[in-house]
Design a protein around this ligand. Structure first.
Ligand SMILES: [Zn+2]
Length: 209
């Protein structure tokens, strides 16, 4: 039955849709591979739960405050390990650090909020009736292990050589890089989320943030 839809959004261009779909495909492939790793190795699974506790996870991503959805923690860990403490470029400046030269931003899923975010709109309107989460993949997150101190590190004493030094880093043994204590996500919850990545990795729309 033909339906008419009122489109309140600007339509994304084909190139934008292709870029968005490619970003999601890359993210979902990384999630799939990491789920296989964790589900086949209890030590990797435990390591993931410790990293989730350190980074800060929340069961309800819509809840205000710091922390990442468990799926986003998983996506971050799929891209880089360890992950210890994550934030955007500006966040690290407020922490007395700077993203070190040459470091690439990590991707996370973000919920689509504004109707004008053309590039972020997925072409997922082929299945009317099914409620589809809308999200996009954005690269803008850095782990503390990707940062350098802007002032003398209170833990190890490492100091930048000048105000534009973004290469002098703390040693790997610095306490700033140690996993932080926190609430680990329940194993059953993590198992279910990881199993989802194996079943539905071809269906990008199930990978909601
Ligand atoms: Zn340090």
């Amino acid at each position: 039955m033909p339906t008419t839809k009122t489109r309140r959004r600007r339509r994304p261009t084909e190139a934008q849709k292709a870029r968005s779909a490619a970003s999601k495909a890359v993210a979902n492939e990384a999630l799939h591979a990491y789920a296989v790793t964790c589900l086949s190795d209890p030590a990797e699974m435990e390591y993931f739960r410790e990293m989730a506790a350190s980074v800060g996870w929340k069961a309800d991503p819509a809840e205000p405050g710091p922390g990442y959805s468990l799926l986003n923690v998983m996506l971050l860990a799929a891209q880089r390990r360890p992950i210890v403490h994550c934030g955007g470029y500006e966040y690290w400046l407020t922490q007395g650090s700077v993203v070190a030269r040459g470091e690439k931003a990590l991707a996370t899923f973000r919920a689509l909020k504004r109707a004008g975010d053309v590039e972020e709109i997925a072409d997922d309107e082929q299945a009317p009736g099914k409620r589809r989460p809308r999200y996009f993949v954005k690269r803008g997150t850095f782990d503390v292990t990707q940062t350098a101190p802007r002032e003398k590190c209170p833990h190890c004493g490492t100091a930048p050589t000048g105000c534009d030094d973004t290469t002098t880093r703390c040693p790997d043994t610095c306490a700033v890089f140690a996993l932080r204590p926190g609430l680990k996500p329940p194993l059953a919850l993590v198992n279910a989320l990881m199993a989802d990545q194996l079943m539905d990795d071809a269906d990008e729309d199930d990978a909601d943030a």
